[in-house]
Design a protein around this ligand. Structure first.
Ligand code: TRP
Length: 329
């Protein structure tokens, strides 16, 4: 039973890649650990979102997580901005975070290149805020993808530095949560190796069956193989990878055989694939719709989450202040 903190970007709905890549594993992870899931809405401010969209984005992501099975009775699910303690820890950690190391961060350099007109201090100190999110609950494990490894490395460095400077063994040095071999990478239907929001090739968990059908039917294919048992080009392999994930082994076997005999009809394959994706997403989509319309439930969940998170956060901030020398008169 370890403390796990998982931060969720508040931009964009969840897609099949998120589901198989992480979300599905969270359902097991939350039973074996003390998990904090939060929606990183403060982080989203670095790109200046439209105020009218901020809340909508948070609501959408929260709904997707709840619908997919992250359970507010087992885990602590909260909105980052509902826990103001994080901003204090962020301020305190920033005093020991150096310009040089922040400016060298890959994500900062990338963002600075992408939005040269908005290289704000929040962008520069994004890793400190992320470290604050994690250290706020003294987490040992953080489920992150490759793109977040450097941020986690910096969190460890900030934790170590804090401990060294104040001569304490207070913060643990958190490492990546390892899902083992269960991680599945979902390819795109457009021939690209990855399903992703920036790739614009996603099947969303909330997509209507008709939309899913359309997206699958549009998947990149060709004239079909002309030689028996020939290797599959990447874009066809991608369809089989997806089929492997959502369909039965018999189905995969059937279409493999058709491929090998040069008898494959992509229309049939796509119809089957669409049907099986729809079977996976339908229960989730139905829950998304229910939750979206249940303001009272969302209010209850976020209130409960904020209370639980603030309890843990307040304790940490109190102890950190004490370590740093703040004292009441
Ligand atoms: N930076 C993470 C991302 O872009 C989101 C995040 C913010 C996060 N704070 C976190 C992830 C704390 C894990 C722990 O995906």
């Amino acid at each position: 039973m370890e403390i796990v903190v998982s931060g969720i970007r508040s931009t964009g709905n969840l897609h099949l890649g998120n589901y198989y890549g992480a979300l599905r594993n969270f359902i097991k992870m939350q039973k074996e650990n003390k998990c904090f899931f939060f929606i990183a809405d403060y982080h989203s401010l670095t790109t200046h979102p439209d105020p009218a969209m901020l809340h909508v984005n948070v609501k959408n992501v929260l709904t997707d997580y709840l619908a997919a099975g992250v359970d507010p009775e087992i885990s602590t699910i909260y909105i980052q901005s509902d826990v103001p303690e994080v901003t204090e820890l962020y301020l305190l950690l920033n005093m020991h975070a150096y310009m040089g190391e922040l400016m060298k961060t890959t994500s900062f350099k990338e963002k600075a290149r992408k939005q040269p007109e908005n290289v704000n201090a929040g962008l520069l100190t994004y890793p400190t805020l992320m470290a604050a999110d994690i250290l706020l609950h003294k987490a040992y494990k953080v489920p992150v993808g490759k793109d977040q490894e450097q941020h986690l490395e910096m969190t460890r460095r900030f934790a170590r530095r804090f401990n060294n400077i104040y001569g304490v063994e207070y913060f643990p040095e958190p490492t990546a949560y390892n899902f083992g071999s269960e991680l599945i990478k979902i390819p795109g239907l457009d021939g690209s190796g990855k399903m992703g929001k920036s790739e614009g090739n996603c099947i969303y968990l909330g997509d209507d069956p008709k939309v899913i059908q359309k997206k699958v039917m549009r998947a990149l294919t060709d004239q079909g193989p002309t030689e028996m048992n020939s290797p599959k080009p990447d874009y066809i392999e991608n369809l089989f990878t997806l089929l492997n994930v959502v369909s039965t082994p018999d189905t995969v076997e059937y279409f493999n055989e058709k491929w090998n005999k040069c008898e494959i009809r992509y229309g049939d394959l796509k119809k089957q694939l669409a049907a099986d994706i729809i079977a996976v997403t339908t229960p989730i989509r139905e829950r998304i719709i229910d939750i979206q319309n249940d303001e009272a439930y969302l209010r209850k969940v976020t209130k409960m989450g904020a209370e639980k998170a603030r309890e843990s956060a307040a304790k940490t901030v109190r102890e950190v202040r004490e370590i740093m020398g703040f004292k009441p008169f």
